[in-house]
Design a binder for this molecule. Structure first.
Ligand code: SF4
Ligand code: SF4
Length: 517
């Protein structure tokens, strides 16, 4: 009897990256010479660039009067004294949860923005985008717009080219120095540090920081540019998880653009369908990433929308509706595509245009508020607002007087010769205001108790203490209970501190340890 051998299934597949056709993970850089764009998105980008750069460079110079005992710099990360000052807010190390809260808000904010308007962070406010834009302004001012820059790049090294290149790189380096310089001013009093830096009196770390940030700004913003976004930044990869079919992204509407062609009249005369795209490449020459949005969504696209401006300009000149490239959702795009596609699966421009008026038909879906206000974005917004409100509430209820108490672990108690029992504590009174203050330290809930400081054996019921401004007052405190009041078991009681001027109090519950009888 013969046994039939089963034939394994054959798969018709090719590996995407095989030894025969190994693809490089890194492609050598092709120089990009973006043309200057103009239009509503470019104007918005100028505004964002102006605002963000102004905030970065000017903030350390803003003064904020906190009285004579605290720095008058509005935003200051005081590493030496472990304080963070932000206008009227002063954060101490133990209040790091504010910083954690702000980081969580920033994270949720990025989710909110990305799920709503795609990579708007990348296209408008990311420091890499802003500084590349600034470096391009300098480059254009010195070398001219795209064609002039390309010509200069190919030209032999003449005196004119050397002067232009040296000037450009010199200004880029100055911007880098200003960027590194501005950064260090966030960590010390800006006017004094500037004097120290100029007179070579500043700490070495200040010069090292300036040097490092000068180098990174110059290399990332001037030399590497789009390569930082494409190869170094994780954000383009992460954003894939945040976008959905209702997120706005810069989209080439091929349902009205295809079939593209430069000779519309000839195509019409020959009876061939012709879309709105005249294949002028205006959208490509303005792209700072050097891509063609007509190839569809790409990891490299930072959604700066400059291609929208370029194409809108072309459409306006052709007398057609703007928006051949536009912010659109995948959902709307698919509906429009279904409308434009004929039974043979090809795009038929006549299906989206009214034959009488030549305008786009009303059934075309346009982006509206529904892509912005929807359950997902609302959930992000509610979460973001809830954390913000919680932080504001905690901030409003924050008491600037605080107390930390640490009971001695060994020994837990000391039995004195007269039968009384003593417990030792490390106490810290925190005056989180920029003014000196006076407080009264007292004990509550421990009958027969008195206290003394380690450097003063006098037993008292209350201690009056002078608090230095914006500082911690450490105390070594002994609490003693007379023999006849010593409890049979450990008891909880409160150490209380009261501001003599404002009557604000802060109390900490601790326990009084006793010998086991
Ligand atoms: S394709 Fe358009 S939106 Fe994307 S990076 Fe280029 S110009 Fe900006
Ligand atoms: S700018 Fe508009 S018309 Fe010109 S190639 Fe790009 S998409 Fe086509």
């Amino acid at each position: 009897m013969s046994v039939e051998t089963p034939t394994p299934e054959q798969h018709d597949v090719q590996p995407v990256n095989s030894r025969k056709q190994r693809l490089e993970l890194y492609a050598p850089r092709t120089k990009i010479f973006p043309k200057r764009a103009s239009g509503q998105f470019r104007r918005f980008k100028w505004l964002v660039m102006l605002v963000t750069l102004t905030i970065y460079y000017v903030t350390p110079w803003i003064r904020w009067d906190r009285g004579p005992f605290a720095p008058d710099q509005a935003v200051l990360v005081d590493l030496a004294n472990r304080r963070f000052y932000f206008f009227f807010i002063e954060i101490w190390p133990q209040e790091f949860y504010y910083v954690a809260g702000m980081l969580v808000m920033a994270g949720i904010g990025l989710f909110l923005i990305t799920s709503t308007v795609g990579r708007a962070w990348c296209g408008y406010t990311c420091p890499q985008t802003v500084w590349v834009d600034l470096f391009l302004v300098v480059e254009r001012a010195i070398e001219g717009d795209r064609n002039a820059r390309m010509k200069l790049d190919k030209a032999p090294w003449t005196a004119d080219k050397i002067v232009k290149r040296v000037t450009k790189h010199g200004i880029w380096l100055l911007i880098g120095i200003a960027t590194g310089g501005a950064w260090i001013f966030y960590f010390a009093d800006a006017p004094s540090l500037l004097q120290d830096v100029v007179s070579l009196q500043a700490p070495v770390i200040a010069y090292a920081t300036i040097a490092l940030l000068t180098a990174t700004t110059y290399v990332f913003g001037g030399l590497m540019r789009e390569q930082v976004c494409t190869y170094m930044c994780p954000w383009p990869r992460i954003q894939g998880a945040m976008l959905d079919e209702h997120s706005l992204t810069v989209t080439y509407n091929d349902w009205r653009g295809e079939p593209r062609g430069r000779h519309a009249k000839k195509a019409q005369a020959e009876g061939r369908p012709q879309g709105d795209c005249v294949d002028c490449n205006a959208c490509v020459v303005v792209c700072p990433m050097g891509i063609d949005i007509r190839d569809g969504q790409q990891l490299e696209c930072i959604t700066c929308a400059l291609c929208i401006d370029a194409c809108d300009d072309v459409m306006t000149r052709l007398g057609k509706e703007r928006g051949l490239i536009s912010y659109a959702t995948l959902s709307d795009y698919r509906q429009n595509m279904a409308l434009a596609t004929g039974p043979d699966a090809t795009i038929r421009p006549e299906r989206v245009r009214d034959s009488a008026t030549g305008r786009l038909v009303k059934r075309i879906k346009h982006t509206d508020w529904r892509s912005i206000i929807r359950p997902r974005t609302l959930i992000y917004f509610v979460g973001w607002s809830a954390i913000g409100l919680a932080m504001l509430t905690v901030l409003a209820l924050r008491t600037p007087l605080s107390l930390n108490v640490l009971h001695d672990r060994n020994p837990l108690y000391v039995e004195l010769r007269d039968g009384s029992v003593r417990n030792g504590f490390d106490v810290k009174v925190l005056n989180m205001t920029p003014q000196p203050g006076q407080v009264v330290l007292s004990l509550e809930g421990l009958p027969g108790a008195a206290m003394s400081l380690a450097d003063d054996s006098k037993l008292v019921q209350q201690l009056t203490l002078d608090l230095p401004p914006d500082q911690v007052l450490p105390l070594r405190l002994y609490v003693r209970v007379d023999a006849e009041f010593v409890p049979a078991e450990p008891v909880d009681f409160h150490i209380v501190v009261t501001d003599t001027e404002t009557a604000r109090t802060s109390a900490v519950e601790t326990s009084f340890a006793v010998p086991q009888r």
